[in-house]
Structures are given as C-alpha cells and as structure tokens.
Design a protein around this ligand. Structure first.
Ligand code: GLU
Length: 447
C-alpha cells in the first residue's frame, strides 16, 4: 500500500519554520514513495482560527512548491490553482465527528459528563514505536492516573483536537503521521482512540524541535521563525526549501546544497535525525547566495522587478534594455532580493539623500575642484561606456596627483547616494551621460 501522509496545520497565525518543515517532510515522503500528500486545515477552534491564517498557510506552501494531492472539489476562497481541489477543512466535516462520538457512546467507550463527552482512556501504559524517537512508553502523570479519561466533545458540541485529528487520520487512510515532537505527548491518547475505533494506528514519526542558534527553543515569535518573513525579504523558495530539509535530515555525505529533486530521491523517514536541529541563519544565507548565482536571466529579472516594486520603485516606467542593463550590474553582488532596492534603487529614482557620514567625509571643499574636473572629463567623452569612464577617471586622478579612490568615493556618493553598490563605471554607463553629469552637478552644490 502506498503511504498516505498529511500536513494538518491549525490556522492560528503565521506559517512558521517548524510547520513549513513538517509540511516539507511529509511532502518529500509522499513524493519519494509515490504516495499521497494531504492538506488538512484543523480549524475547529473557531475562537483562535482565522481566514487570514489559512491564506498565509496556503501561500507559504505554494511558494515552497508543496502541492497537495487531494481534497474536496472547490471553487472557494482557496481557488482552483492547486489542481481543482482545496484542502480539507475540519470545520466542514462536523457530521463525521458527531457520528464517531455517537459510535463510541453507543459502544460504552465514551460517556457523558457535565454535558461534555469523555473518552474512556485505557488504563495500561501505551507503547509507541516512533519511527524517529524510537520506543516511547507514555506513563501517566499522577493526575492522569487518577482519571485518564479526556473530553472529546465539549458541552457546546465542539469536538476536541484529539478526536478530530484521529477521526480524520482514520477516514483519510493516513498511514504515517509525521509531525512535530510537541505532539508526542498526545500520541498515547491518539493510539487509544484508534484502538477504540477498531483500527490499527498509523505509523508515527515525531520530528525533533527547531532550536534558535543559542540553543533556546524557537517560538513563533522569534525573529526568523515565520516563513512569510523570508518570502518578503526576497529569499528564493528553492534555497529556503533546501535549508529546511537540512533541519533534522541529512543526506549523510556532508552535502548541503541539494536540489529538491535530489532530496526527494534520497529522503526517507528513518534518516530523520533524532536530535534537535539548530537554526543557522548564516547557512540559509549562504544557500540563498548559491541559488541566486545560478538563476537564469528571466527569473533573475522577474524576482528583481518584484523586489523593487515591493519597495515602491516602478521599473516598468523605464525602457526594458535600461532595466536589464541596470540589473546586470547587480548580478552576484547581493544575497537576498530584499537587499536590492537599497543596493541599486538609484537606477530607478533620483538621488535625494546622501549617506550622511560619507557626505561629511567626501563632500568637502578640497574635493570640489576634483569632482568638478572629473565631471568635465566625463562631459568630454563621446563614448560613455565603462572602459572610457575608467580611463577618464584614472587620467583625471593622475593629472590631479591623487589616487583614483579620491575621485571614486565622492563620485559614487554623488550618483548613487551610497557608499557601496555595483561597479561605479558600469553604474555610470547604465545611468548615461545626462543623468550622471546632472547628479554630479547637483552633488557639487553640497561641497
Ligand atoms: N493541528 C495540529 C497542529 O497544528 C496538528 C497535529 C498533527 O499533525 O497531528 O499542531
């Protein structure tokens, strides 16, 4: 039988890194084995759930490329873009839960208590053969030992997490439950429920936690914990997906940069690491840089244009060859696309502000005649290309008896407003003679 796995997020906030990794591991296992990946939104807690959170989850999964395989045919808010079906929503499956509760009641495996329905939990310890954690025998706490029964349907008729989670895993034929280690403590209850329904429980694989770099437990509020932050900062989905795979899984040959196809081929549940994974932002940045370098031109332009647009810079109002030439000067010079507007925004807006510290240092009276001379030399050029600009700058510096840097710094500051950026000569070439001279002229008023 082909494995059937699911990602079952509760839509209570951002899709965080831990959740995204759980989704990814499930998806990888399904793709590796040719099984099915189900997406189930666990939205029975109406007080804590929101449509916005559902959207964040779906957007995040789509961004990472984690397509799900089945679900009710839908034309609802989720749209038909992921095949023709949306995810399953527990809020639409109420009748199933009620029927299951009634079945337990009628068989004496559950009972009513103060208006709620409680499940008769088995008294013997339950051993779980977890595929990652190994054999776990869950001992009852003293309080639980006194009364291990637990509520499965509240007095207002709302079914409780343990029940809906198990009923759906059962109805959906889930064979492997791959989820965060925080659910290990719930698993004895889930196993007992499966037994009460007369069905063997699925295999369980509880993935260790993700820790912050300092070893503390990563919480939803920690910086870098939300997937949306990486989407907004212009990270590449392939870099983030690759990185997430390394959080708790290893291909065992010390390789770290692997395409999702390679990972899919190699991924298997027994290789999930048993120890907690530490989040290493530097490694993520490194992977991001590696993937960014390999982007083909079309994707590079598309992502760059998006990054500028997010920062309010409209590249569409510039001729396409200009945009491409500008972006070509940035290739391989930055890691995340989110850095791009600060790095090269000067191509798409006027320079109004200059880096204040640099201005104090470079826009000084003794530099004024130098920059003036440089501007004159640039003005005389017929061909305003990088090579000619470089020659003109160097010969002006030689004539003035100063090093090239003495001219480079104020010139860059004048035309870009920044101290760092793409190659100065190429930047000037792209901006063109008119804009370059105009910006130098305007800056000269500040000296
Ligand atoms: N809704 C649960 C959560 O978001 C799912 C637990 C599970 O995967 O079984 O933590």
């Amino acid at each position: 039988m082909k494995p059937r796995v699911r990602f079952a997020p509760s839509p209570t906030g951002h899709l965080h890194i831990g959740g995204a990794r759980t989704a990814l591991f499930n998806w990888l296992y399904a793709r590796h084995t040719g099984g099915a990946f189900i997406l189930r939104i666990e939205d029975t807690d109406t007080a804590r759930n929101s449509q916005e959170a559902v959207k964040l989850i779906l957007d995040g999964l789509r961004w990472l490329g984690l397509d799900w395989d089945e679900g009710p045919l839908t034309a609802d808010a989720t749209g038909p873009s992921q095949g023709d079906f949306g995810p399953y929503f527990q809020s639409q499956r109420h009748a199933n839960y009620r029927n299951r509760v009634e079945a337990l009641l009628s068989r004496g495996l559950a009972y009513e208590h103060a208006g709620a329905v409680k499940f008769k939990m088995q008294r013997e310890p339950i051993a779980i053969n977890d595929l990652v954690a190994g054999q776990v025998i869950r001992k009852l706490t003293d309080r639980e030992a006194a009364d291990p029964d637990f509520v499965i349907m509240r007095s207002d008729g709302q079914p409780v997490f343990h029940l809906v989670n198990v009923v759906d895993d059962l109805d959906m034929g889930v064979t492997h439950v791959i989820r965060g280690e925080d659910h290990l403590s719930n698993t004895a209850r889930h196993v007992a429920l499966f037994r009460a329904f007369g069905v063997p429980p699925p295999h369980y694989a509880h993935i260790p936690l993700i820790l912050n770099a300092d070893g503390s437990k990563m919480s939803k509020r920690d910086k870098g914990a939300s997937l949306a932050a990486y989407m907004e900062q212009g990270f590449l989905a392939e870099a983030v997906a690759n990185y997430l795979c390394l959080l708790g899984w290893s291909p065992k040959d010390n390789r770290e940069k692997l395409s999702i196809e390679e990972i899919t081929e190699r991924f298997d549940v027994p290789q999930i690491l048993r120890h907690n994974a530490r989040f290493d932002y530097e490694k993520l940045l490194w992977l991001q840089g590696e993937y960014a370098r390999e982007l083909n031109d079309d994707r590079f332009y598309e992502l760059a244009v998006h990054a500028f647009a997010r920062a309010g810079l409209d590249t569409n109002s510039y001729p396409l060859p200009y945009v491409k030439a500008a972006l070509d000067t940035c290739k391989g010079k930055f890691k995340t696309f989110g850095e791009l507007p600060a790095y090269a925004g000067f191509y798409f807006r006027d320079v109004q502000d200059y880096n204040p510290e640099a201005a104090k240092k470079d826009f000084v009276p003794e530099n004024k005649p130098r920059v003036q001379a440089l501007r004159d030399a640039f003005g005389k050029l017929d061909k305003f290309d990088a090579a000619s600009l470089e020659t003109a700058l160097k010969s002006t510096a030689a004539a003035l008896g100063v090093k090239a840097g003495v001219l480079v710094h104020p010139c860059r500051l004048a035309v870009t407003g920044n101290v760092a950026g793409p190659s100065l000569y190429h930047s000037l070439e792209v901006l063109g003679k008119e804009k370059s001279l105009q910006r130098m002229g305007r800056a000269l008023e500040r000296f």
